[in-house]
Design a protein around this ligand. Structure first.
Ligand SMILES: [Zn+2]
Ligand SMILES: [Zn+2]
Length: 214
């Protein structure tokens, strides 16, 4: 499996390309401010990317979707409950000069809990992990988890941004949908370095109960 990470913008947001080394078929996850670099990489690696899947629609993960759709002729996949966050994009773009002029891309397909996403011989399961946003999803391949802004190395997503619900719901999503996976599986988050399920289970202060909020 090919996994490429490209970091973009002032939020240091991770965009991922996941592809099959044989057929060169791939998917693009969360293209943001780094989209030009991502498109160049797709061309250099000679990949066929016809699907863009967003974990959620915060502008730092989304501002490159329209450009990627146009350049690749790709279709856009999202959880239906994320539509209000997508529709808030013009507001979000107005708040950050960096994202001015971001277009709201059209959604071709909705993904829901239990759906499968195939990339050559690899299959990801879609899980719905509300908390950071209403329609947040994670893509779970065997051994490789793309979890957007649900859980980070040593931290978890904020719940006070557009689409956020509550820390209780976020932690419930993480504990029931992510921490139940094998400890050795890698977690590729929307920001920061790669971690593993086991490391977060043992040491993430938001999940072990070790964090005292004053
Ligand atoms: Zn986010
Ligand atoms: Zn983010």
């Amino acid at each position: 499996m090919i996994i490429e990470t490209v970091i973009g913008g002032s939020f240091f947001t991770n965009c991922y390309i996941v592809a099959d080394e044989e057929s060169r078929e791939g998917i693009l996850i969360d293209p943001g401010a780094q989209v030009a670099e991502v498109l160049e990489l797709i061309e250099r690696l000679d990949l066929k990317v016809e699907r863009i899947i967003n974990t959620h629609c915060h502008i730092d993960h989304l501002c490159g979707v329209q450009e990627a759709k146009d350049a690749l002729g790709a279709e856009f996949y999202l959880h239906e409950l994320e539509l209000p966050v997508l529709q808030d994009i013009p507001n979000a773009a107005g708040r950050f000069p960096e994202f001015e002029g971001t277009e709201v891309p059209e959604v071709e397909h909705f993904l829901a809990e239990g759906d499968e996403v195939k990339v050559g011989p690899y299959t990801a399961r879609v899980v719905h992990t509300p908390g950071h946003t209403w329609g947040h999803i994670c893509l779970i391949f065997d051994g490789h988890v793309f979890d957007g802004d649900t859980m980070f190395a040593g931290s978890v997503g904020r719940v006070d941004l557009t689409g956020g619900s509550s820390m209780e719901e976020l932690v419930r999503s993480i504990k029931t949908k992510l921490l139940t996976l094998p400890d050795s599986w890698s977690v590729y988050s929307g920001h920061g370095p790669v971690t593993t399920i086991g490391v977060e289970k043992r040491s993430n202060p938001f999940l072990t109960g070790g964090l005292i909020i004053l």
